[in-house]
Design a binder for this molecule. Structure first.
Ligand code: OAD
Length: 235
């Protein structure tokens, strides 16, 4: 499938695009969910039960993410945005900020961001860098209530679903990069896009991630395959 400047392209990225930046995925061997029980660190119930443990987990991920740099796959998406301009839209399930750091204009962070937190009492929002991360449970400067990471946990509603719905209805090509496609609603986007008439592409080094919703499957690592595809589309 040839992408041109007139193609309305919608991209969905998952943890796999950041693997080559040294950030663990969730479900691969050695992934985050192999060493942590998701129910212990990524649900509202876990935070109510043991906020210290949840904060320890996210502080470690935040600090690790500060060291991470975008890789050639992230930069290929910046090149694509330069070519397609307003016809390019990017949704990410990642919370690592690497798309922004690479230079994409407006990545839709549907699962939130490690760079932000908010108050469980008064809903004040903060950048992580402006709060005191020393206390085991960081507190709101305005009202003193516990802060929580601004990430979407299991059982919570992802962000920006209305905007995503409209983008799914208005894309010609839907490109999946580095996602296992098991966490809904993101996992359903490719089927919705295909059903609504889009051509669907996926990039993944795991052949078993190919499903019937994918028209064109590119086997390999995002950092190798994506820059090559972009060079083919825009020589
Ligand atoms: P997963 O860990 O479930 O899947 C990562 C995918 O990336 C797998 O299909 C891998 O084969 C693929 N992969 C690994 N290395 C790659 C590479 N170099 N290039 C391209 N692909 C590669 O991560 P997600 O699908 O992002 O949600 O997980 C979805 C959600 O589950 C996350 O956003 C998170 C998690 O629980 C929440 O925390 C709400």
């Amino acid at each position: 499938m040839q992408i041109t400047r007139n193609t309305r392209l919608l991209v969905l990225t998952g943890a796999g695009i950041s693997a080559e930046s040294g950030i663990s995925t969730f479900r691969d061997k050695g992934g985050l969910w192999e060493n942590h029980r998701m129910e212990d660190v990524a649900t509202p119930e876990a935070f109510a039960r043991d906020p210290r443990m949840v904060w320890r987990f996210y502080k470690a991920r935040y600090e690790h993410s500060l060291q991470a740099k975008p890789n050639p796959a992230h930069f290929a998406l910046v090149d694509l945005e330069k070519q397609l301009d307003r016809n390019f839209h990017l949704i990410t399930q990642n919370i690592d900020n690497l798309h922004t750091l690479a230079g994409n204009r407006d990545p839709i962070e549907m699962h939130g961001s490690l760079r932000r937190c908010f108050c469980t009492g008064c809903d004040a929002h903060y950048a992580m860098e402006e709060i005191d991360l020393e206390p085991e449970i960081p507190l709101c400067a305005a009202c003193g209530a516990p802060l929580r990471p601004d990430v979407v946990w299991f059982g919570e509603m992802p962000y920006h679903l209305d905007r995503i719905d409209s983008l799914l209805k208005n894309c010609d090509v839907f490109l999946l990069v580095g996602t296992s496609g098991v966490v809904y609603p993101a996992a359903g986007f490719v089927m919705t896009a295909k059903y609504l008439g889009a051509h669907t592409l996926a990039i993944n080094p795991d052949a078993s991630s190919k499903t019937e919703a994918i028209d064109e499957f590119h086997l390999g690592k995002a950092g190798e395959v994506l820059p090559r595809l972009v060079r083919e589309w825009f020589p």
